[in-house]
Design a binder for this molecule. Structure first.
Ligand code: C5P
Length: 222
């Protein structure tokens, strides 16, 4: 079978991009995720025959051909959209850089510049990936991403276990030209018993290689 049909008949849910957590009507907390990796995964999965739903944070990227896209802004909206789309999915790939914390309150009016300091209280966002992995409608294959700045294997395997994932794709974002805001990437992919390297290349190529590993894993779980 060529790669082009490897995901035929599969339903794939992908989260992509950053989340923006609003402080007031004009300010937010965001991050440097461009969404390119998640969009490349959605595009390549569709090209490999999957039925793809893409939950996209705020990014200015075109919708890949054949992909159903749902736009969200904040982590709580992403969670709602992911959980609503979960039933019947075979795979969930969490490529989104979800905020870990959000403001406790979003001010209804623009916050005025009064004091010399301003204290923002942040509260944890729900871990969407961990929730999906522990959900009664858990897809057969749940894949996380880990952007790290060192000690890749230790952190990646920790997340694989703690979040109860099938696979985690880790990259060292301290390396120039890799990961955030780039067109290229390189990944170390961990399962409970194996480590595989996807070499540096365009995100489309890296996405395709990761999806071949996902397809291999689905074959094992049929
Ligand atoms: O724990 P950490 O944030 O590094 O984990 C990264 C992985 O978890 C990514 O796959 C990301 O999409 C997912 N995640 C999530 N919800 C959060 C935080 C992270 O789904 N609130």
């Amino acid at each position: 079978m060529t790669d082009n049909a490897r995901l035929a008949g599969m339903r794939l849910l992908v989260s992509a991009g950053p989340t923006f957590e609003d402080i007031d009507p004009v300010r937010f907390l965001g991050n440097r995720s461009s969404g390119k990796m998640g969009f490349a995964l959605a595009a390549e999965a569709a090209a490999m025959g999957a039925q793809v739903t893409l939950i996209a944070g705020p990014v200015a990227l075109p919708t890949p051909a054949g992909v159903r896209r749902i736009d969200v802004r904040r982590a709580l909206e992403m969670r709602t959209a992911v959980l609503a789309e979960l039933p019947g999915q075979d795979v969930f790939v969490a490529a989104a850089a979800v905020a870990d914390y959000m403001p406790e309150h979003t001010a209804a009016q623009k916050i005025k510049k009064t004091g010399d300091t301003l204290t923002l209280v942040l509260v944890k966002t729900p871990d969407i990936l961990a929730e999906v992995a522990g959900h009664p409608e858990r897809p057969r294959c749940v894949v996380g991403f880990a952007a790290e700045t060192g000690d890749l294997e230790r952190y990646a395997l920790g997340k694989l276990r703690e979040k109860r994932l099938d696979m985690i794709a880790a990259n060292d974002v301290s390396q120039p030209g890799v990961g955030f805001e780039c067109d290229d990437n390189a990944l170390s992919v961990f399962t409970a018993d194996a480590r595989q390297e996807i070499p540096f290349g365009p995100k489309s190529q890296v996405a395709r290689a990761l999806l071949v590993l996902v397809a291999d894993r689905l074959d094992l779980k049929l």
